[in-house]
Design a protein around this ligand. Structure first.
Ligand SMILES: [Zn+2]
Length: 295
């Protein structure tokens, strides 16, 4: 949508510029300048048309926007994947001490079962504090390897959605595909479940085999040169140094460089949850609060 608006701006601005020089044409030289400006305008117009044309001829992948960065320069959305896990409360506290809302992309059965205490309590607290809760599939498979098994694909979406609904009563509007991997078939499932796909354009690399706090911090040092002015920053709430060392460092460094913080939903200008699809949370745990069904 934002891309379309930008195209429209490009499309209309040259027309406005056309009128001003026309009134000022009084000698051959300005006329030449005017002719050049008309040609330039025509060229810009054609480029805009080509842009619009290519946007209209959508391939299946183009029809579903995959969000990788914020709309506004100077914004950073700090995201934390693979929980809920034991460091979630510590991450939330650091964010809250700094008046920052972050975004958590949660699995249901990955490092811990989302139904096992204290995870439901932690998830409720994160949601109540204003952090955005997004989805990350039931058990973190590479979805591009599952597309030939529709039942498995549906399970990864449905069971993940249901677990979050049972605990906090919202239908998240965003999901991050595990490993950032997707193809046209995977995106069709995002569309089926009314979910906006989001990946990232900055990776702290805290999920690599030899990750250390030092390496992650050096990555944050380079964020201005490695991202185009705004960042959706990938972190993992399951990596202890992220919670206790990297996050405080990153916040301090990003603030010093003039960045401000937002959730993923805020940074791309969309609602965090799909209210039309929401169901009330379970008032208390039920027999369905189990990960035994995991595939
Ligand atoms: Zn993940």
């Amino acid at each position: 949508m934002e891309h379309t608006r930008l195209l429209q701006l490009d499309f209309w601005m040259p027309r406005g510029r056309l009128r001003t020089p026309r009134r000022k044409v009084s000698s051959p030289i300005p006329r030449l300048a005017f002719a050049a400006s008309v040609m330039l305008t025509a060229a810009v117009f054609l480029v805009a048309l080509v842009g619009v044309g290519s946007a209209l001829s959508l391939s299946p992948r183009d029809s579903m926007k995959v969000y990788t960065q914020c709309n506004e320069r100077g914004k950073v959305a700090l995201t934390f994947d693979d929980g809920p896990y034991q460091y979630m409360p510590d991450i939330c506290k650091i964010l809250e001490d700094n008046n920052i809302t972050g975004t958590f992309f949660v699995n249901s059965n990955n490092w811990d079962c989302i139904y096992n205490e204290p995870q439901p309590t932690n998830l409720k607290a994160a949601y109540a504090a204003g952090h955005q809760i997004g989805l990350h599939t039931w058990s973190h498979p590479d979805l591009t390897t599952l597309t030939q098994s529709p039942d498995d694909m549906d399970f990864q979406f449905q069971a993940n959605i249901a677990s979050v609904q049972r605990i906090i009563g919202v239908y998240p509007a965003f999901m991050r595909p595990p490993y950032g991997n997707y193809n046209d078939d995977v995106l069709a499932y995002f569309a089926k479940y009314s979910l906006n796909p989001v990946t990232w354009n900055f990776d702290s690399e805290d999920s690599t085999d030899n990750a250390t706090a030092e390496k992650c911090e050096r990555n944050y040092d380079t964020i201005q040169s490695t991202t185009p002015g705004s960042a959706i920053a990938l972190n993992h709430e399951t990596f202890e140094p992220t919670a206790h060392e990297v996050l405080p460092y990153a916040i301090q460094q990003l603030r010093a460089k003039g960045y401000t913080f937002c959730t993923v939903a805020e940074c791309v200008g969309l609602p965090p949850y799909n209210d039309a699809l929401a169901v009330a949370p379970d008032p208390a745990p039920t027999f369905e609060w189990t990960c035994d069904q995991s595939s």
